[in-house]
Design a protein around this ligand. Structure first.
Ligand code: CA
Length: 316
């Protein structure tokens, strides 16, 4: 079996504000194999790297542009030009409902100076580092909320693919996976937009069953067959792969990885966080080992790519 890959989830986001170039450079130095980019569009159609379609959870947009919120009180990236977004300061993630920082032990909110990068800037950072270090770290862009973008009159997939093509990401041999939660859009990427990059279908438990334990092999097999028609891999919530521990403390595997592998799909679960563990495990390194060894995943998304790489490299 190939060595599992470490994907830096929003960069080394356990240590620096997510999706900043600084968080990506740190993840690169920590030994990540791939760096993730969540992509949304600006008002002037530029793909930027931002997890939400909103700016208010990770920037000071409310202070800078108080009158630009929509009726729901949110500030949408798509309502701002790139020039405006570049004026904003990025900070550690804030819970929109409570106003509290989501991960209190992480980088202090509001400190130092970070900005929202464009997808282009981020690719140039990765390609530049690949050149100066001689390594070949890849990118892992996600098409965020294509249906929302379409309602707003924009085609995010086309815009992201334009940038990827321009920077040489064209075929399955290139160091790039493209991911999306929207199954119709992932299929469209392959079948209508002729994207030949490796595609990963993201899945979240509520689309599949009330609880991961409700999985059954037949259903999983049928689902995997459909995904394999257009995608190369699967990005499941981690509890869809291991649902808990049995009475002997051994991981309880769902049928997902085996069913995916039978269809030739790689499996890259998310999100591995030392400060956001599943309730049934309190040892981060043990959790990582469980997924690499017992669950036989092909890679995983972590906010702590240094630890994910260290545990992986000790597997022998
Ligand atoms: Ca993502």
């Amino acid at each position: 079996m190939a060595r599992p890959i470490v994907i830096a989830h929003r960069g080394a986001s356990g240590y620096l504000p997510e999706h900043t170039l600084e968080a990506k450079a740190l993840a690169y130095a920590m030994g990540a194999d791939f760096l993730e980019q969540d992509c949304v569009l600006t008002a002037d159609d530029v793909p930027i790297v931002l997890h939400d379609i909103f700016l208010d959870t990770v920037t000071n947009v409310a202070a800078m542009f108080a009158d630009r919120k929509r009726e729901d009180g949110r500030y949408y990236a798509i309502d701002f030009t790139l020039d405006e977004i570049k004026l904003l300061h990025v900070t550690e993630r804030i819970d929109h409902e409570t106003g509290e920082v989501v991960f209190p032990g992480r980088f202090p909110a509001g400190k130092s100076r970070f900005e929202v990068p464009t997808l282009t800037e981020e690719i140039e950072l990765v390609q530049g580092l690949n050149r100066s270090t001689g390594k070949s770290v890849g990118i892992y862009p996600e098409i965020k909320q294509p249906a929302f973008h379409r309602e707003q009159g924009k085609d995010i997939s086309r815009k992201v693919l334009e940038v990827l093509t321009q920077y040489g990401f064209r075929s399955r041999e290139d160091a790039c996976f493209v991911q999306c939660f929207d199954a119709a859009e992932t299929r469209r990427l392959r079948q209508d937009l002729d994207c030949q990059l490796r595609l990963v279908q993201l899945i979240y438990e509520t689309e599949w069953a009330e609880t991961p334990s409700e999985f059954n092999a037949a259903r999983t097999g049928e689902a995997m067959r459909k995904i394999a028609e257009y995608a190369d891999g699967l990005g499941p919530l981690l509890t869809l792969v291991v649902s808990g521990l049995d009475s002997n403390g051994q991981p309880v595997r769902t049928p997902l990885v085996e069913a995916a592998h039978q269809q030739g799909l790689v499996v890259h679960p998310w999100t591995f966080r030392a400060d956001g563990m599943p309730e049934w495990c309190d040892d981060f390194d043990a959790l990582l080992r469980m997924f690499y060894v017992d669950a036989e995943v092909d890679g995983l998304f972590s906010d702590f790519p240094d630890r994910a790489a260290r545990v992986r490299d000790c597997l022998g």
